[in-house]
Design a protein around this ligand. Structure first.
Ligand SMILES: Cc1cc2nc3c(=O)[nH]c(=O)nc-3n(C[C@H](O)[C@H](O)[C@H](O)COP(=O)(O)O)c2cc1C
Length: 378
């Protein structure tokens, strides 16, 4: 099964001909048809036990599926124990964790949504407490561990100096990502997203501000991209041909001399060649010196640039909170899907309201809630 070509996705059908908004029209990625283009953005809940998702995750992710999202993505799930941001992160480095995800993927699917998992390694930003206790560095006595990274460059004074990975360890980590992908299939996921953004391990390798290696994994863009591309190829190798693979990147890091949108476009072209189907275009997170004041839709131009220049499907994310705003981003061809984070934390039923607002009579109000259903006027 060949992936659907990017060109074939460029429909130029108007709203009138389609009789439904672009936001609520299905999207086909390889053999997976997602019921609409509103995707739940990955969001850490810091509520896992030994890497296993809990009842909290079932209710949290399940509510967003009942709420009408097309695709429901888990939080960053670590591919190895030291790849967690905090001891309370979800993981998928063992079979117990895969088993614990199974009821969650079953429920998401039973609600008509597509279950997706984000695979991650926190690198030098690991071993921290939960945000509500200050995201502080945890000592080994407090349940923390030695972080690793491309080089011995810390993210900030508040986090530890990472231990540089040896080339053998880099090879072992590629296997960890691959095994995590195999377990994701057993756990019932239809989509994998590789977390290569926000200053975590893969991003740390990509960026010249966190990678000062002088071996084949550092220096030129080609060398800095080697480890992330090895991960992408290894995962694609075991992830079935009929299932889509996404990558989240930071399209820029807002630091003079750092990773920028031109690097990102080049890298996304390589990811496409490695069999990646969609780029989830985020930004920042690799330096406390980043200069950014987020504003409505601030990352949309990155999704548009990558889509246009690397010719790969993209997802737009970041302060997208209005139905018409989301629709305009899709209709103008800046992105193929919308990832939504905090607005869906505020209101898991946002997609059902958005459909009504856009004049779409979607048929997936939960039957149990039909007496409360809100449909378009007229
Ligand atoms: C509570 C919380 C946890 C998050 N955890 C993750 C994560 O696990 N992986 C990730 O790539 N981004 C994570 N993010 C970033 C979101 O996925 C999203 O990109 C960001 O919140 C911007 O989108 P929004 O303005 O719609 O919230 C998190 C954001 C929040 C608010």
């Amino acid at each position: 099964m060949q992936p659907i070509s990017f060109a074939a996705m460029q429909d130029h059908i108007t709203r009138k001909e389609r009789d439904i908004s672009k936001l609520f029209s299905p999207i086909k990625l390889r053999d997976v048809t997602v019921r609409n283009r509103l995707f739940v953005s990955p969001m850490c809940q810091y509520s896992a036990e030994d890497g296993c998702p809990t009842n909290w995750h079932l209710v949290h992710l399940g509510s967003r599926a009942s709420g009408g999202a097309g695709l429901v993505m888990t939080e960053a799930a670590a591919v190895s124990p030291e790849g967690r941001i905090s001891p309370w992160d979800a993981g998928i480095w063992n079979d117990d964790q895969a088993d614990a995800f199974r009821p969650i993927t079953d429920f998401i699917r039973s609600e008509g949504a597509t279950p997706a998992i984000q695979l991650a390694h926190a690198g030098r930003k690991a071993s921290a407490s939960q945000p509500w206790t200050g995201s502080k560095l945890l000592s080994e006595d407090e349940g923390g561990w030695q972080s690793v990274g491309p080089s011995d460059l810390p993210f900030s004074e508040d986090l530890s100096i990472p231990r540089p990975l040896t080339t053998d360890e880099i090879g072992e980590l590629v296997v960890s990502w691959k095994s995590a992908a195999e377990r994701s299939l057993v756990a019932g996921f239809d989509v994998i997203e590789l977390h290569f953004a926000h200053g975590y391990l893969a991003h740390e390798f990509l960026s010249p501000i966190s990678n000062s290696r002088d071996d084949e994994y550092g220096g030129t863009l080609e060398n800095r991209a080697r480890f992330p591309l090895e991960i992408a190829r290894a995962v694609r190798d075991v992830w079935p041909d009929h299932l889509p693979l996404f990558v989240r990147i930071s399209a820029t890091e807002y630091v003079e001399g750092g990773w920028d949108i031109d690097d990102a476009v080049t890298f996304c072209g390589r990811l496409k060649d490695a069999g990646v189907d969609l780029i989830d275009a985020s930004s920042g997170g690799n330096s406390p010196a980043q200069t950014l004041t987020p504003f409505t839709g601030y990352q949309v131009p990155f999704a548009a640039a990558i889509r246009e220049q690397a010719k790969i499907a993209t997802g737009a994310v970041g302060m997208i909170t209005e139905a018409q705003q989301a629709e305009d981003i899709l209709e103008s061809g800046q992105a193929d899907a919308i990832f939504m984070g905090r607005e869906l934390l505020r209101n898991p039923y946002w997609p059902l309201y958005a459909a009504a607002e856009l004049g779409d009579k979607v048929d997936y109000w939960p039957v149990q809630y039909q007496r409360a259903a809100v449909y378009p006027h007229g």
